[in-house]
Unconditional design. Structure first.
Length: 298
């Protein structure tokens, strides 16, 4: 079994940049030897949350070691846990304090600004090299307007939440000769392993109609409920340098749940009025208002 070290431990060792890597010719990889796994999770707002840094650190450590959970998301916004289904609040971010569709949350969630879906990623070359520049993702949602389907594309660089590792001359990751890319290095650099907090998506409640922040959240929650149940899916696909061979792929699909009885603030009275038709019309026009991408796009 290959040595396991947390990303923070590896980063603490430092990483030298070998100029020869820029011109390194990647040997032909066997498609059946590269492992790609995706780990869907719900995390805090990467732009505003004070919990984001700890969440991301826990996520990278978990993704590297196979996706185990850390902490309890019900009581701790920094906790990392994989998910198989979504509540409407899991897809709502804001520029004002909120959590799971509730304005001005208290306790541990007092400093939060909403939630987002993230598709974490682990790629193990198992002795082969590959390039981030040959990785693409395709996201889609099954609601009438494919509201979260715009976040698809490739990648142009590494970053603090998208790590690439060249295992060095010994071919063993986690040893002293590793080179870690995490600071804007080109996606064309060949690596043996890759760990990514994930391409993400959520709706932004900031500009929703409403006199109060809770009204804005209620408006967006209503939209999600009017479309539920619907699915959100993402596929990562890794290609060879000549783009003719798929070296590996991983897909995840999650269902946004429709409650059997719609909770407040969306009351059954609301669903029985003409406002229901209005929200259905909006469903055909509204698109995902925030698409979070960690690691620059190509």
């Amino acid at each position: 079994m290959r040595p396991k070290n947390s990303p923070k431990a590896r980063i603490a060792r430092g990483y030298g940049f070998a100029l020869w890597a820029l011109f390194f010719i990647v040997p032909a990889a066997r498609a059946d030897s590269i492992s790609i796994l995706s780990f869907p999770s719900v995390g805090p707002n990467n732009s505003l949350s004070l919990s984001w840094s700890q969440y991301a650190s826990d996520a990278l450590t978990s993704i590297e070691t196979g996706g185990g959970n850390t902490g309890n998301p019900a009581s701790d916004p920094t906790a990392y846990a994989t998910v198989s289904a979504l509540n409407p609040g899991d897809l709502i971010l804001s520029s004002f304090p909120s959590w799971e569709g509730i304005a001005d949350p208290s306790g541990a969630f007092a400093g939060e600004y909403g939630d987002q879906l993230l598709f974490g990623l682990q790629i193990l070359g198992n002795g082969n090299y590959f390039r981030l520049s040959n990785l693409y993702n395709t996201m889609a949602s099954s609601d009438a307007g494919d509201s979260l389907g715009g976040n698809s594309g490739g990648f142009s660089s590494y970053g603090p939440y998208l790590l690439g590792i060249d295992c060095g001359s010994d071919g063993i990751c986690g040893t002293a000769d590793d080179t870690i890319y995490q600071n804007g290095e080109s996606a064309s650099l060949p690596v043996n392993e890759l760990f990514y907090v994930g391409v993400g998506a959520a709706f932004d409640a900031t500009n929703e109609p409403g006199a109060t922040n809770q009204d804005k959240l209620d408006s967006l929650t209503s939209f999600v409920l009017m479309n539920a149940p619907f699915s959100v899916s993402n596929t990562y696909t890794l290609y060879s340098d000549d783009a003719t061979t798929v070296l590996g792929a991983s897909s995840s699909t999650l269902t946004v749940l429709a409650p059997s009885s719609v909770p407040e603030p969306v009351s059954s009275a609301l669903l029985g009025t003409g406002l229901a038709a209005m929200f259905l019309a909006l469903a055909c026009r509204r698109q995902g208002k925030l698409r979070s991408v960690f690691g620059a796009r190509s």
